[in-house]
Design a protein around this ligand. Structure first.
Ligand SMILES: Cc1cc2nc3c(=O)[nH]c(=O)nc-3n(C[C@H](O)[C@H](O)[C@H](O)COP(=O)(O)OP(=O)(O)OC[C@H]3O[C@@H](n4cnc5c(N)ncnc54)[C@H](O)[C@@H]3O)c2cc1C
Length: 446
């Protein structure tokens, strides 16, 4: 029997991990094979991305190597492009197929877990595709960190006030935890870095948070959301509620309230939508494009297909209102993965399945070093206690003892020494120096 897991994120990695433990005897006897297909050979612990952007955790430690953790699974680094469940076949491409020009390969399976997660939900805002950046991957987080420090370097060395002003203006769109945490951590890092510049002060920078609704951070409840707005404004961050980004053409952010900000930084964190791969399957989807799943995490009406996480519409059986779906967050993803692993193992052994049942317990968010906000199990925390809770919670959640130890060591060291303020933006163009030496063209400036 082949169990195919599509995606190596929260759900994909944890499901495969549970399965390789649960089905140990079957794996040993060669009766079962678990195959994981994911575009990256690692799982990204997304809640640590803002801290990686701030330089509190190094990029390698916010990811978990799939091959090492899933040592009894077959890991294929590739991208599933379509699933024909009627024929129990998935098509996928890899770097090798692209290099060889052979087109996608087919893999048959007996059971399939669809966990490709979500992608940034963008709108047709003019200029966004050219100048915007998301905040979902480790590459984006580190790219943004390098970019922010590079803008401070530009501002420090230019004589043109317009260039300086644009370089020091940072626009974030979307007030969910990804946007608020990314902005909170990066502003805090840039404020700290400014003390090492002779001509750039923290007050010279403009940090703007644009949110279409009337509140931010809905995950921590209304009261703590209002506190977060006050706290950010106290830090001189321009929080604009009920405002949209209308355009960012020619590197000018134009907002729906008429404000215009020349800027070189537009970070788009205005929500997520299900991975487009789902539309390339013959499985049932909801109106919003998520996989229609049952509380047992099977795909509704499609035997041998399973789903969980951001990609799946799983009924929230604890909700008072019928028809409520579990929200796309890590809290559900990691718990669903455990039930999913148990249920697939139960199905293999022809045993009954269990329901996924979890009542949302609230959320914690970091707003920079020693600053945070939390609303968990009915308890509301602000400032240092919330930040401390954020760290303890995520340290307990980040997978593997190896990663926990490395993250803890980094936090301890950064408490003893000063923060890193270096930008390694040139890592993104490793051949630039050599190309110049060899007489080639300098890569175009971004
Ligand atoms: C910056 C940030 C901070 C966050 N903070 C929190 C937080 O504090 N608390 C919280 O509860 N949640 C948080 N979240 C949300 C949480 O990370 C997600 O809900 C969770 O990762 C969803 O898990 P998933 O497995 O469904 O998707 P993911 O973890 O995104 O995994 C999807 C996987 O599928 C792979 N994939 C994509 N397309 C394909 C394809 N075609 N073929 C094969 N594989 C594919 C991807 O590469 C990835 O490995 C945060 C998210 C972000 C971006």
């Amino acid at each position: 029997m082949r169990i195919l897991v599509v995606g190596g994120g929260y759900v994909g990695m944890y499901t495969a991990l549970h399965l390789q433990r649960k089905l140990k005897p079957e794996l040993r006897r060669g009766e079962v094979e678990i195959v994981v297909i994911s575009p990256d050979p690692y799982m990204t612990y997304q809640p640590f991305l803002p801290e990686a952007a701030a330089g509190s955790i190094s990029p390698r430690h916010v990811v978990v190597p799939l091959r090492r953790v899933l040592d009894r699974c077959r890991v294929i680094v590739g991208e599933v492009t379509a699933v024909d469940h009627a024929k129990r076949t998935a098509s996928f491409k890899t770097l090798a197929t692209q290099e060889e020009g052979t087109g996608p390969l087919d893999l048959t399976y007996d059971e399939i877990v669809l966990a490709p997660g979500s992608i940034s939900r963008t709108l047709p805002v003019p200029g966004l595709a050219d100048y915007g950046i998301g905040f979902k991957t480790v590459e984006e987080a580190i790219g943004l960190r390098n970019h922010v420090i590079e803008q401070m370097d530009i501002a420090s060395s230019t004589r043109d006030p317009a260039v300086r002003d644009a370089a020091l203006t940072f626009v974030f769109v979307g007030g969910g935890y990804a946007g608020v945490e990314a902005l909170g951590e990066l502003e805090d890092m840039a404020r700290y870095a400014a003390r090492y510049y002779h001509n750039v002060k923290a007050e010279d920078m403009k940090w703007i948070l644009v949110e279409a609704s009337g509140r931010i951070l809905p995950e921590v409840g209304e009261e703590m959301g209002k506190y977060t707005v006050r706290e950010l404004r106290r830090r001189n961050i321009d929080v604009r509620l009920e405002t949209r980004l209308d355009s960012c053409e020619d590197r000018v952010a134009v907002l729906s309230d008429g404000a215009r900000f020349p800027t070189r930084t537009v970070v788009w964190t205005a929500g997520v939508k299900p991975n487009p791969l789902l539309a390339a399957t013959d499985l049932p989807l909801t109106e919003r494009g998520r996989l229609k799943c049952t509380a047992e995490l099977t795909v509704d009406g499609a035997p041998h297909a399973w789903g969980a996480g951001d990609a799946a519409a799983v009924p929230d059986v604890t909700a008072e209102q019928p028809g409520t779906e579990c929200a796309p967050n890590a809290q559900h993803a990691v718990r669903q993965a455990k039930v999913l692993g148990d249920n697939i193992a139960a199905a293999v052994r022809e045993r009954p399945l269990q329901e996924y049942r979890h009542k949302y317990v609230g959320s914690v968010a970091s707003l920079g070093l020693h600053k945070g906000v939390a609303h968990v199990y009915g308890r509301k925390l602000k400032g240092y206690p919330a930040w401390f809770m954020h760290r303890v919670y995520h340290l307990s959640r980040v997978p593997t003892v190896n990663r926990k130890s490395r993250v803890l060591a980094e936090w301890t060291l950064s408490g003893l020494f000063k923060r890193e303020i270096v930008s390694l933006g040139s890592l993104e163009h490793p051949r630039a120096e050599f190309e110049l030496a060899a007489g080639g063209r300098r890569p175009k400036e971004s």
